[in-house]
Design a protein around this ligand. Structure first.
Ligand code: GDP
Ligand code: MG
Length: 757
């Protein structure tokens, strides 16, 4: 293994002046394998000052934050986790483009000390790029528990990069790390690619390619010359495409040389260049680790604690039972402990509604505020406590490493339905346990390499109970099955999985027929979640939900309010109700109408009766106005069909609104049914109103429909983008809605038969 010393290494394209003056600002990129602890370190370093966005043009999350070290402001970017820097996944391309285009002053390569060999593979590729690096050797506690002893100083000396041992989770080593980062930035020196040796055959070709690339200035403003050459040998589609654009003649020659080498290697040692290059990287790492960097202190046959736990937890028979028990406990705790805060939220919004009702003069502004804003947004925000408890539960499962076991166990089941182990995470992200979102779920299917398995996953993940459906399910459960909330929630979760898997099987045996691909998965060791980690995870997701309620949902609520308010009652109808009021007043005993007008003191029985009559007329008028509104007409038009599943026209309005965003179903039901309330002074919770207007069977049919009908608008857009065709977006709208309606109708009709009989 040889490498040129840094001094004689060919200069990379751009060398930045890298000595930050006092008071300067430097950019640091955090890069490493998935689960190496990047996000934990990021949070430890930057605290609360962070910004989450997307990388330009792609939907990979970009997290940025900053902290102050002395007078230097350090800007930190959390790169997506990758195992390699080839161009096989969006994450890999994003990470390496960021490094090459932005050339951060320092790259903090976070490596999992407990899996050092695998983690150093990526390190090796950073060295090939020439990144100015500091290695943060994370999870030192885990390594120690496993009897792995690492000598950071020795590693640093051999690899020529500062190495700082840390425990990101407890913040240990943080100060040393920021010091090392600043020193590395002050040392400057720019980007200096390492010349690793890949064996005689490859080295010879590289040696021939590099001068040609440098002379022609071929892509040198983007990449180091040797790196470009290496990518040609690795067959990197991304770099080759850029090369063709930059200089097609030279690109052609480089591709020829790469092909020739590939053919030669195939003939002589029956392998391809990419594999040989990887072998040499691993060889280099192994040789470093063997020189006293790493030593083990355990009996070969001692089982790690994690492995021992897994013997039970992922057992073929016990595993699924334990999983169900854990889910049940999660739902039970959620519903038990969120009751009180949910009550607070309900009273708060009830109070706000009443206040607006009494303070504002009657008219469209009041109606917009009360029905559109307070009901709409309040209806959604009222569920924040439930959502938060669920997210907390998921965070515990995720941070402890249990979620990976769920994926592992589910993989066995998934194969039967023509899906892949990687589909499991997409399902869980979409709400497979509770409260996810189909949008990241659809994007998570990118990890599936087989297009057909991916398509089947992508089309069925929206059937999971996402965070937006939770409030709807919670509302209907509270209305009709209040005594068994946890059981119903568990039942709905199992139903979602069963139905999605059956639909996936249906798709995989009809329009998406094809073979299945193998799945390998590594189980991370169990870890005790930290309070801080849980708080951050829970808060991030809850905040997303709250923000959505304040923006998207607010907009949709207002739009729906308008559709439910306009065009208003025609003059003839208004006159008809006015006449009814007159008749009622005229028919009442003398004195009663005046008493009703002023509302002062104890009402006489006659006045009370008149008041009831007038309120009933008001309610009927409101109902009629709703029925003749734009939304009401749509709902009424659909009623002929929807009756089959037990939905009346008001429910239809909510369901149509739910296509925009599922949360809206709750608030729209609230508005539609509150308009029909006979006594507005008695503000009844929506669940009670529904329990009075619907039968439990109607509630059940509505739950089934809402679970499986068309994905919300944003998800459809995402499906279109991910599949690259409108066809699949339209397919998922039409197919899911038809399917859900058939299922809901079956539930309602069969249920009616059983109940009647
Ligand atoms: P990322 O995928 O690289 O962003 O990794 P995360 O920051 O999400 O960390 C993955 C898991 O490792 C989380 O459960 C962390 O709590 C845990 N973790 C991170 N750093 C440490 C550490 O130093 N020690 C231990 N025991 N766990 C850690
Ligand atoms: Mg992360």
């Amino acid at each position: 293994m040889s490498r040129q010393s840094a001094e004689t290494a060919p200069a990379s394209g751009r060398i930045l002046p890298l000595t930050p003056a006092e008071g300067a600002r430097i950019t640091v990129a955090l890069a490493g394998n998935p689960n190496a602890g990047k996000t934990t370190l990021f949070n430890t370093l930057t605290g609360a000052r962070q910004h989450v966005g997307n990388y330009p043009g792609v939907t990979v999350e970009k997290k940025e934050g900053s902290y102050q070290h002395g007078s230097t402001q350090v800007h930190v970017v959390d790169l997506p986790g990758t195992y390699s820097l080839s161009a096989y996944s969006v994450e890999e391309v994003v990470a390496r483009d960021y490094l090459l285009n932005e050339r951060p002053e320092v790259v903090v390569n976070i490596a999992d000390a407990a899996n050092l060999e695998r983690n150093l593979y990526l390190t090796c590729q950073f060295l090939e790029m020439g990144a100015p690096m500091v290695i943060a050797l994370n999870m030192m506690d885990v390594a120690r528990d496993r009897g792995i002893e690492i000598d950071p100083a020795r590693l640093s000396a051999l690899i020529g990069v500062p190495v700082v041992p840390i425990i990101a989770r407890s913040g240990q080593g943080k100060a040393e790390l920021s010091q090392a980062v600043i020193e590395r930035a002050r040392a400057g020196g720019g980007w200096r690619p390492w010349d690793l040796s890949y064996g005689e055959d490859i080295d010879a070709v590289l040696l021939a390619m590099v001068p040609e690339i440098e002379e022609a200035g071929f892509l040198t403003s983007l990449y180091p010359a040797r790196w470009t050459a290496l990518k040609y040998l690795e067959g990197d589609a991304e770099v080759m495409a850029r090369g063709r654009q930059a200089d097609s003649a030279l690109a052609g020659r480089l591709e020829d040389a790469a092909r020739k080498l590939a053919a030669h290697l195939e003939q002589t040692i029956a392998t391809h260049p990419e594999a040989l290059i990887a072998d040499h990287r691993y060889g280099y790492i192994k040789s470093i680790l063997r020189q006293g960097v790493i030593s083990h202190h355990y009996d070969a046959d001692r089982l790690y604690l994690s492995d021992r736990i897994d013997k039970v937890v992922t057992n073929r028979f016990l595993g699924p039972l334990i999983m169900l028990a854990i889910l049940f406990i999660l739902y039970h705790l959620t519903f038990t402990y969120s009751k009180v805060p949910v009550g607070w939220f309900e009273s708060l919004f009830g109070w706000l509604g009443n206040a607006a009702d009494t303070l504002l003069p009657a008219g469209p502004v009041k109606s917009l505020l009360v029905a559109g804003v307070i009901h709409g947004v309040g209806g959604v925000l009222g569920f924040v406590p439930i959502i938060m408890f669920m997210f907390l539960g998921i965070a515990v499962l995720e941070d402890s490493g249990y979620l990976a076991r769920v994926a592992f166990m589910m993989d066995r089941v998934f194969r039967i339905f023509g899906l892949h182990g990687n589909s499991v995470m997409a399902y869980i992200v979409s709400g497979g346990i509770a409260g996810g979102c189909a949008v990241p779920g659809v994007m998570a299917t990118r990890t599936l390499k087989s297009p057909k398995e991916r398509m089947a996953t992508l089309l069925t993940v929206p059937m999971m109970n996402c965070g937006a459906k939770l409030p709807v399910m919670a509302l209907l459960t509270a209305a009709f099955f209040a005594a068994h909330e946890a059981q119903v929630m568990l039942g709905l979760t199992l139903l979602a999985w069963t139905v999605s898997l059956l639909v996936a099987k249906l798709l995989r045996s009809t329009i998406l027929r094809g073979a299945s691909t193998p799945f390998v998965m590594e189980l991370p060791p169990y870890r005790l979640p930290t309070f801080k980690g849980l708080a951050i995870h829970t808060w991030e997701r809850t905040w997303q939900y709250v923000r959505k309620a304040g923006t998207v949902i607010l907009g949709i609520s207002i739009l729906l309010w308008a559709m439910m308010t306009f065009p208003g009652l025609p003059a003839a109808e208004q006159a008809r109700f006015a006449a009814q009021r007159e008749t009622a007043r005229a028919g009442a005993p003398a004195g009663a109408p005046a008493q009703v007008e002023t509302g002062a003191g104890e009402l006489s029985p006659a006045a009370r009766e008149l008041k009831q009559q007038l309120l009933a007329i008001d309610a009927a008028q409101a109902q009629q106005a709703l029925r003749l509104s734009i939304a009401g007409r749509i709902g009424t038009a659909l009623e002929k069909v929807s009756r089959l599943a037990g939905f009346d026209w008001r429910t239809n309005i909510a369901l149509v609104g739910g296509f925009a965003a599922k949360e809206v179903v709750v608030s729209t039901l609230g508005t539609a049914y509150s308009l029909g309330n006979v006594d507005p002074e008695e503000s009844t919770p929506l669940a009670t109103t529904l329990a009075r207007s619907w039968t439990p069977l109607m509630g059940l049919a509505a739950m089934v429909f809402i679970m499986f009908y068309s994905p919300c608008f944003v998800t459809v857009v995402c499906i279109v983008r991910e599949t690259g065709s409108w066809k699949w977006g339209l397919f998922s709208i039409a197919f899911n809605t038809l399917f859900a309606f058939t299922l809901a109708t079956a539930v309602y009709q069969l249920g009616s038969l059983v109940w009647a009989g």
